[in-house]
Design a protein around this ligand. Structure first.
Ligand code: AMP
Length: 281
């Protein structure tokens, strides 16, 4: 991989990179398509990174349809798939980690201790190996991409982070590899995240600015779904990920909800557009 990256850089070509954990779906492929428009070569990686999973999380059950993933990436004409094995990323005696402080402690970081340390560490290693000019991430994982941006800034990494919109099913459920865990009834229940965000969007369109009002609107929808256990439903500043009392600048409505075996996350971006607020689910 390093040889290929060096070759491409020597030839003044623009390397695009899409890191994934596999079990690819249209959300991942949208990142690949965007990268293909802007870069050549485009490399994808599949690495199911154990350090970002907690001891009681779903690492052992995470779907691994490698053959199907390779077919999808070939059809999308990526120029290469980086498929490192565990010992390549974490050789015996591995002991250096990247910790983005502050941002990693809240929300997803609080619910999943050590998660973002694992993410930042593996992304750092992948960047170092693939040497991308542009790296593509989904807004689906809004806090993750904010943390990667902070790492890039703090460590002077020479890569531009491109944030891509959330890809959804027809009924609004954000695509996720973890949707595979949902049974038929749970799958129907899982639209509750999108419906809650829509309720908040309606409040915003009607002029609401108070976070409590938006949270109440989301809470009402979430409470209506007996299969859903809310982990958090918050309105935060898009830069600091600290809770805001009123939405006056770029913010996120963030949701984490457990449905059956699946812990699902989703979000809505809220940003000022002239005098009004624009909400993008
Ligand atoms: P993962 O394989 O879950 O680590 O995800 C790899 C990349 O795909 C991350 O940058 C995710 O944010 C992105 N991604 C996952 N699901 C979606 C989605 N529904 N829409 C857009 N991007 C996504």
């Amino acid at each position: 991989m390093k040889e290929k990256a060096r070759e491409a850089r020597q030839e003044q070509r623009v390397i695009g990179f899409v890191p994934t954990m596999g079990a690819l779906h249209a959300g991942h492929m949208a990142l690949v398509e965007r990268a293909k428009k802007e870069c050549a070569p485009v490399y994808a990686s599949i690495f199911l990174n154990p350090t970002q999973f907690g001891p009681n999380e779903d690492l052992s059950k995470y779907p691994r349809p490698l053959e199907a993933d390779i077919v999808r990436l070939s059809a999308a004409e990526v120029d290469g798939l980086f498929l490192p094995d565990l010992a390549e990323i974490y050789p015996k005696g591995f002991s250096t980690y990247v910790q983005v402080e502050g941002l990693s402690d809240r929300l997803e970081g609080k619910s999943r201790p050590g998660h973002f340390r694992g993410v930042a560490t593996v992304v750092m290693k992948l960047f170092e190996t693939v040497e991308p000019h542009f790296a593509y991430f989904g807004r689906k994982d809004a806090q993750q991409v904010r943390i990667i941006q902070q790492m890039v800034k703090d460590l002077n990494l020479d890569v531009a982070i491109v944030v891509c919109p959330i890809v959804r099913e027809a009924d609004g459920l954000a695509l996720s590899s973890r949707n595979a865990y949902l049974g038929a009834d749970e799958r129907r229940a899982a639209t509750v995240l999108y419906r809650a965000l829509q309720a908040a969007e309606q409040e915003i369109t009607a002029g609401a600015r108070d976070s409590l009002e938006l949270q109440r609107a989301m809470g009402k929808v979430l409470e209506g779904e007996p299969r859903a256990t809310v982990n958090y439903a918050e309105i935060v500043d898009a830069d600091s990920f600290e809770p805001v009392v009123r939405v006056t600048r770029r913010s996120y409505a963030l949701l984490a909800v457990q449905i059956g075996r699946a812990r699902l996350i989703d979000n809505m971006l809220i940003e000022p557009a002239g005098e009004e607020l624009l909400a993008t689910i």
